[in-house]
Design a binder for this molecule. Structure first.
Ligand SMILES: Cc1ncc(COP(=O)(O)O)c(C=O)c1O
Length: 396
């Protein structure tokens, strides 16, 4: 049962294997005559076991051969030694944070994924954990908040405001102060940034999003180079039972094989649409790190590979305008979640749990891999309805 994952060897001895090649090759079974090219999916809750159980597979909550190829592939993409799959992104975050107590002080972006903030608020209420919500783009303020903290749980870019953190500086400052660091890399994907190389202790993903990529599974994964952290997270997974089903892991690995193609296309589509949206008269604000005017542009250009596939859009007409835009779209799917092949969007403040500092009219758009002209044609016709609407209800 391998728990640490060697990376596939490069065919060019002096060069590392490129990420796109890793996405395709990592986690394959050994090459043996007559063996399968893909890892088999094992549907068994228990394993043959008699007498001393040490070292043998025993029970599927503790580990299965279906998890390992996916874990190995994600670990390879993140440049990590350990990958640990869990039943959802939230399970991955909970496992990475471990059992927080009243001694813990967690620093977290104020615009993190709302369920992450909800989880921390719950820990604050039930366990007395201190939670310090920060503007993650304000590096000096975050460094100040790290004094006396025990954990930095960073998202970059943030969901849904797309703020970009100065990860190298924040992770170094955390290390100097003995603060444990967890980075949620869901938005960037391992192709956009590798936080372990920037100094993070642990990286988490909602694999539900880009890693699996087809909106057909809910799954999470943690990666780390730290043997002790990996052992703790595996023990947490076994104890809490937040495990992944074999079919979900199969689908996620299948999706992962095309991660580089999907991300490349989604990023290119998003950059093009962001530029066109920024020039449209029915648009108040566009957030996408590719735009030279975006507050996160320079930082993203310096520390990321690609600007991501998520756009923040504030159309004319406030929350009602945003809702009207969503209603007028035909190709874009109104849905929560992100990172699938299909383009989706939603107004985040429709959730009472979303941070109040997120604008009421902000649409989070997850750009898919469709033809960009079709995506634009749909947006343009929906934006035109806003222009007509404004004509009917002219502002005083
Ligand atoms: C950035 C981020 N982290 C974590 C999660 C939670 O993942 P899951 O829904 O797989 O539990 C999400 C879900 O939207 C997310 O966007």
């Amino acid at each position: 049962m391998s728990q640490q994952h060697p990376r596939p060897e490069s065919p060019h001895p002096s060069a590392p294997v490129a990420p796109g090649t890793l996405a395709v090759t990592a986690g394959r079974p050994p090459r043996v005559q007559g063996g399968p090219v893909n890892p088999p999916v094992v549907l068994s809750s228990t394993y043959v076991s008699a007498g001393d159980p040490t070292g043998a597979r025993l029970y599927a909550r503790m580990g299965t051969e279906t998890w390992e190829p996916f874990e190995e592939a994600v670990a390879a993409l993140e440049g990590a030694r350990h990958g640990i799959v869990l039943g959802s992104g939230m399970a991955a975050i909970a496992a990475a944070l471990g059992d927080l107590s009243a001694d813990d002080v967690v620093v977290v972006p104020r615009h993190s994924y709302q369920a992450t903030l909800g989880f921390l608020d719950d820990r604050a209420a039930r366990r007395g954990v201190e939670v310090r919500r920060v503007d993650i783009a304000d590096t000096d303020a975050v460094v100040t908040a790290l004094d006396g903290a025990t954990v930095l749980l960073a998202e970059s870019p943030t969901n849904p405001m797309l703020e970009v953190a100065d990860l190298p500086r924040l992770l170094a400052a955390a290390r100097e102060r003995g603060v444990r660091t967890v980075v949620d890399n869901t938005f960037a994907t391992p192709l956009g940034q590798r936080p372990l190389a920037l100094g993070a202790d642990v990286v988490v993903h909602s694999a539900t999003k880009y890693l699996a990529g087809h909106s057909d599974v809910v799954l999470g994964v943690v990666v780390t180079d730290d043997d002790e952290a990996a052992a703790d997270i595996r023990a947490y997974r076994t104890m809490h039972g937040a495990i992944a089903g074999p079919m979900e892991v199969y689908l996620a690995l299948r999706g992962l094989r095309t991660l580089h193609l999907r991300v490349e296309r989604a990023n290119a589509n998003a950059a093009e649409l962001a530029t066109r949206l920024a020039g449209h008269p029915a648009v108040v604000e566009v957030r996408h790190p590719s735009l030279p005017t975006d507050p996160g542009h320079e930082r993203a250009a310096a520390q990321m590979t690609g600007f991501g596939g998520i756009i923040g859009l504030r159309p004319a007409g406030g929350a009602a305008g945003a809702d009207a835009l969503v209603d007028a779209l035909r190709l874009w799917v109104p849905a929560t979640s992100l990172g699938g092949v299909e383009s989706t969007l939603e107004r985040r403040r429709r959730f009472a749990t979303e941070s109040v500092t997120v604008p009421e009219d902000l649409l989070r758009m997850s750009v898919g891999i469709e033809d960009v002209e079709d995506l634009w044609a749909d947006l343009a016709q929906a934006l035109d309805t806003l222009v007509r609407r404004a004509g009917r209800h002219p502002r005083p």
